[in-house]
Design a protein around this ligand. Sequence first.
Ligand code: AGP
Length: 619
Amino acid sequence: MCGIVGYIGKKQALPILLQGLRDLEYRGYDSAGVAVLDNGAIDRVREVGKVDKLTQKIGEKKIQGTVGIAHTRWATHGGVTEFNAHPHIVDGKLAVVHNGIIENYRELKIKLEKQSVKFESETDTEVLGCLIYQEYKNLERSGMKPGASDILRDAVRAALLQVRGTYGLVVMHKDNPFELVAARLGSPLVIGYGEGENYIASDATPILPFTKRMAFLDDGEIAVIDLGTPKISNLNNELVAKVLSNIDWDQAKAQKGGYADFMLKEIFDQPMVFEDALRGRLNMDEGTAVLGGLNMTHEQMREIKRVCIIAEGTARYAGLVGKYAFERLANLPVEVDYSSEFRYRDPIVNKNTLVFVISQSGETADTLMAAREAKRKGAFVRGIVNVVGSTIARETGAGTYIHAGPELAVASTKAYTNMVAVLILYALEFGRLKHTSLATGQRVLQALLEIPEKMNLVLKQNDAIKKIAEDCKNYKDVLFLGRGVNFPVALEGALKLKEISYIHAEGFAGGELKHGPLALVSSDVPVVAVLSKDQLYEKMKSSIQEVRARGARTLIIATVGDEEAKEVASDIIYVPDTMELLEPLLNTIPLQLFAYHMAVALGRDVDRPRNLAKSVTVE
Ligand code: AGP
């Protein structure tokens, strides 16, 4: 996720900003930049790659000044280039750094272009900067003096009232050289209160070396940060009194947002990043999705006769959920394959085949080679990727980013849920061109919009899941069962457990039990079963009864209100009801937490499990 740091005070800003950027490196980024205001001029340096490269580029350049902002960028709109890196500068006067996504930036850009505004980058952030700059000029025209107190804050407010999306932003303006203005909606910002100096950052990490007194901005708040006490108001221009917190985290804890590990943080990130996966992609009126990156005409979409989904590991399990969605909503046959198998067999793909290659990192060697193979054979190849500008994203040239933000733990969690979200959106977009009704489309969209809130309800059961996991830590084998759309959930639950706890785990389809796996079941082998209130409920319940009859302890993931499920449960976790196709988005979360807590209880290095790498760039 992008990182922000800003400083205003009496010290030289540059060293503080560069150190702050280094402290934010853990968040993952692809470019970095810094802007310092001095003597009525803004000095800016940006560079693709690491902060060290930025520092080298600055070299001996004398960047003086006691006010400045800096940023590490994780690309969302526009490729990884210096032009797209932040801070963006408008007319040499205003500098802006921004985290989040401005949903309506295209409309705003067109509006600004009509006012002869010129853009240097492909980013939504530059559009936001230009909008603020225009509002500043409007205020001047209405009689406010440049540099007047409140003019920058009012310009920011006026711009934000036109914006749809999320932001954590900081701006500085050369005519208001003694203040920074910051605002937040959906993207965190923390102010550090010093003596005659203040700090702002996207999390506490870069501020901790200087002060422990901090205030977290809430959504809809704007802060004017000068040398005195920061003044915070809301979008209605009412002053807000902030309660200061004394943050005594160490740096490492701060980097993880207060969580013990990146994996736990990333599990808890899911409701937030899920919203990013949906943002700007739902068309409620038409009951469909709008995924710009598909680059296919409706005619071409209707000509597709078959879908292939190629991926590895967790991405492939997300693909398996996608299969159910495509078959049900788009009425298209779907094959899901391991990339490593696809590339070495004789896959039957042609111009009527749509091939999705799914990858968090966008660098998985087998998936990349499989994409090339499918392209060579004339299929439409589309990427579903997290890392912007990664090799798979570039080579497929079309497709969709899942907007999960950087995933640092080796075990994939938030990328999985966002991959599933994007696949469901694609299935709906195809379905609405064929047999899926408007009403069904709208129901799917509505159900998707409710998912983040429901994810939060699942996450609230973290303590209960932790207790169960601690209780189970001495088992040597664990089986996972699911049916229908929850079969891939069982597979993913088993993968999570084995990769971070090193406990042997396997996932099975409930109906397959009697065909072999039942022989493994005993009182020494607990069974985790997903028992959602859907069309396969009764069948799944009888599978669970079979394992209980053989003495297995059962952890049941059931639907809220299902009292009957208790009959077959040694332990039970309830998740909210949703549409059947969307159940994996909720049911996977308790299994992620179960794996996490088992691994912690066993003293494993959760974020860096043995023998595994985050990105598998070799065969
Ligand atoms: C997931 O927890 C794993 N670490 C692994 O299976 C991963 O999903 C797989 O290697 C694919 O990676 P990708 O999404 O970056 O292509």
